[in-house]
Design a protein around this ligand. Sequence first.
Ligand SMILES: [Fe+2]
Length: 313
Amino acid sequence: MMTDQQSNMPSPIVALGYLGFYAQDLAAWEEWATQIFGFAKVRAPEGISSDHLYLRIDERQWRFAVEPGTEGRVAFIGWEAADANALEEVHRRLTAQGIEVVRDAELARKRCVQDLIRCEDPDGFRLEFFHGHLVSREPFVSPRGIGFVTGDMGLGHILITVSDIEKSKAFYLDLLGFRMSDYIVFGGNKVHFTHINPRHHSLAFVQTSDRIARLGHFMVEADDVDAVGFALDRLHASTWQLKETLGRHTNDRMLSFYCENPSGSQTEFGWGGRKIAHPGWLVETYDATAFWGHKVPGTEYSDRGPQSPREGI
Ligand SMILES: [Fe+2]
């Protein structure tokens, strides 16, 4: 039976490791990522076409990959296992449920990891589970002087919309061992926030009324509040659209804004996210996504009441 109850079994997955996107205009992606958010471009790994864009935000060889293709879909989501045994545990759990899992040595080489298995989640999101990501000998130097909060909290978080919340709960909570952080219930939506490390959430998912599965947004976190302000200024000076004004989230306390990204989803850029503390974490329910701000630009601005519709959630 599916349940939101906390399992005492730790998840074999420890972090959101990397993300892959499709885009038609990779030059636009590069400019967006490097000039506004201070990601650093790196050479594509050996064996990967040089027209693929690779970006890093910390000591890892890369965290974001962009391939030529149709916007609007996330290409792949990389979940990190601590070591080979943990990856085997992921493999065991998936295959025990009859889920088709492929061990892909060629892909592991391209992703710069020791070992990799891949499968699809209940909505067809392409998931890659890996261990042994390559740490670059070159120091990370952000072209905008930004330091990103990663380490044991992974690259950030993602929010996906799903077609069947029960199937997603069974897959991520029951099978893979993601733990509930809390819920936000607003506008007929119930967003499930889940964690696998001290970051408040690495994965959030929600079944929306259209039941279409897509990436709502991905979030990266700066280590300095002024980095968020500077990035917001640069965004305003660019042609990229702000999607939600600066605001403070209720549940994870993140001070952030949302903007469009070149792959057709949204990006949240934040600072000051709250950390999960075990034991003693209480799973709470919030009735709004933000204490203040996070308004859709151009909509009527009121300090209370129902929130305007949110594409990125
Ligand atoms: Fe977020």
